[in-house]
Structure formats: structure tokens, C-alpha cells
Write a protein of this length. Structure first.
Length: 273
């Protein structure tokens, strides 16, 4: 890193766009560093990005597609699972990294003055390359099964942006709390394992009892995963508007409260960490 941005710490100053824009070099360096660390000294390199969700998809196809009693949409079950798994992998990798990003980069926090929000921001973007690769694999499976591609695919960047915002909101919370209570880094892997089963990754929203669907949509991932399926598979998976509204409200609450918490605690990080 050749340049570092220094500024007087005045609390919520990190929310000012000019400060973040001047610090973009730090963000780009961190992104490049994490990509190199992820794939360096691995035999298969980026192919691991494809193999993990693909293996999980095979398990889901066997357990839910063959053994489970779920609605038949007239499509191979792997096409139902892959869009959801692609965004789940993006989400879970970001959260795993985000919960410990301040602790792992404590050297930067204690020695250099810069907008600390860049660290959870970088973690929230983690595995974007992997998401792109997995979505390309999903398109490949659609072509193999001769499922037509539609203009709905153009909505995928919108789903990505909202998933990134969800990652960012949660990472602001987890990274902040983890500075003061290190139990967070132990709880996060367990919560993510449970989250895989309580999010519509292996099943669809229609599999949830109708009287519980609105409550279920409080999980912001529900609207995002259902939207991802709609982008690939069309009107049969058109997400319910009320569900999107509930999920969007939950996402906004997480993001705004996370920004407030992070801003209030940022000045304490260097002393506590």
C-alpha cells in the first residue's frame, strides 16, 4: 500500500462520501489482498468456488428432490437449488469474514487512521467473484436442460446489490459487537449452519405453511433468494410483493441500525481491540 488516508476522528465522519471516496485505494487493496489469499497455494484455485455449492446442490437434490415431498415445478430440482445456493454462498462467506474483520485487521486499526467502515464494507463484497462464477454455472445447467433464458436475468444485479446491503448491515453489527464480546466469532458459524435450513435454499417459499409465510419473510434472505429464482426460472417463482416488502423493511432496519451502532462505537475500537 503506497497511500493511506488520515483524518481526524469525529465519530460519524465515515458516512461522508468524500472521505470514503478518498479512501477507495485502501478498499481496492483489501479486495485484491483477500482474492489472492483465498486462491493462493490451492491446487484447484477458483474451481473450489464451483465445487462447494455444486456438491451441496447434489445433496439437496437427493434429500429434497427425491426423498422430500415438495412441489414439482416441472424443472430439474438442481435448477431450483443452484440460484439459491449461489447467493447463499455469497452471503455466508461475507458474514463469516465480516464478523472477524475488525479483529483480523487490528494492526490497521491501532496504527493507522482511516474510515474503519471500509473493513466491513470489504468483507461484504467478499466472494463476489465466486458468485459470478456460480451464476455462470447455473446458466450452463439451464442450457444443458434446455430451459430458455429470459430478460429476467437482467434483474440479477439488483438482487446482488440488495444482498450486498444485507451483508453490509449484518457485518456492521457483528464486527462491532465482536470487538467487545468475542463470543460472536464462535456463534456465527453455528448461526450460519442453522440459517441454511431456515432460509429457502433447499426449498421454496411455497413449501412454508401459508399462515407462517409473512412471519417467515422477516428473514431478509427469503425475498432475495426467491427473487434470484425468479430471475432464472420465470413467472412460476415470481416473489410475493408483500413478502418483498417485509424482507426489504427488515434489511433497511438492519442497515440503518448497523450504521448507527458502528458510528457510535468506532472511536473505541483502537482502545479495546
Amino acid at each position: 500500500m503506497e497511500k493511506w488516508i488520515n483524518h481526524t476522528d469525529t465519530g460519524f465522519r465515515f458516512m461522508k462520501p468524500p472521505v470514503l471516496w478518498k479512501s477507495r485505494g485502501i478498499l481496492l487493496h483489501l479486495i485484491r489482498r483477500d482474492v489472492l489469499v483465498t486462491y493462493k497455494q490451492t491446487i484447484l484455485g477458483v474451481f473450489w468456488t464451483v465445487l462447494k455449492p455444486l456438491a451441496m446442490a447434489m445433496v439437496i437434490v437427493f434429500v429434497f428432490g427425491r426423498l422430500g415431498q415438495f412441489p414439482n415445478y416441472g424443472l430439474p430440482y438442481i435448477l431450483i437449488a443452484l440460484p439459491a445456493l449461489s447467493f447463499w454462498e455469497f452471503f455466508s462467506n461475507s458474514i463469516n469474514r465480516g464478523s472477524i474483520c475488525l479483529i483480523d485487521d487490528r494492526g490497521l486499526i491501532t496504527r493507522i487512521s482511516f474510515p474503519r467502515v471500509i473493513l466491513p464494507l470489504n468483507a461484504s463484497l467478499r466472494n463476489t467473484l465466486g458468485l459470478i462464477i456460480n451464476l455462470a454455472v447455473t446458466v450452463g445447467f439451464m442450457l444443458y436442460y434446455e430451459v430458455p433464458l429470459t430478460l429476467n436475468l437482467l434483474l440479477l444485479p439488483v438482487v446482488y446489490i440488495f444482498t450486498f446491503l444485507l451483508n453490509f448491515g449484518i457485518n456492521l453489527w457483528l464486527s462491532t459487537v465482536n470487538v467487545f464480546y468475542r463470543d460472536v466469532m464462535t456463534l456465527v458459524p453455528f448461526i450460519l449452519r442453522a440459517g441454511l435450513f431456515i432460509s429457502p435454499v433447499a426449498f421454496t417459499l411455497q413449501s412454508v405453511p401459508p399462515n407462517l409465510q409473512k412471519l417467515y419473510c422477516l428473514n431478509p434472505l427469503v425475498g432475495l433468494i426467491e427473487s434470484a429464482r425468479f430471475c432464472f426460472l420465470g413467472r412460476e417463482f415470481l416473489p410475493d410483493f408483500q413478502c418483498l416488502l417485509v424482507s426489504g423493511t427488515s434489511l433497511l432496519a438492519l442497515l440503518l441500525s448497523g450504521l448507527y451502532l458502528f458510528g457510535k462505537c468506532e472511536r473505541k475500537f483502537a482502545d479495546v481491540i
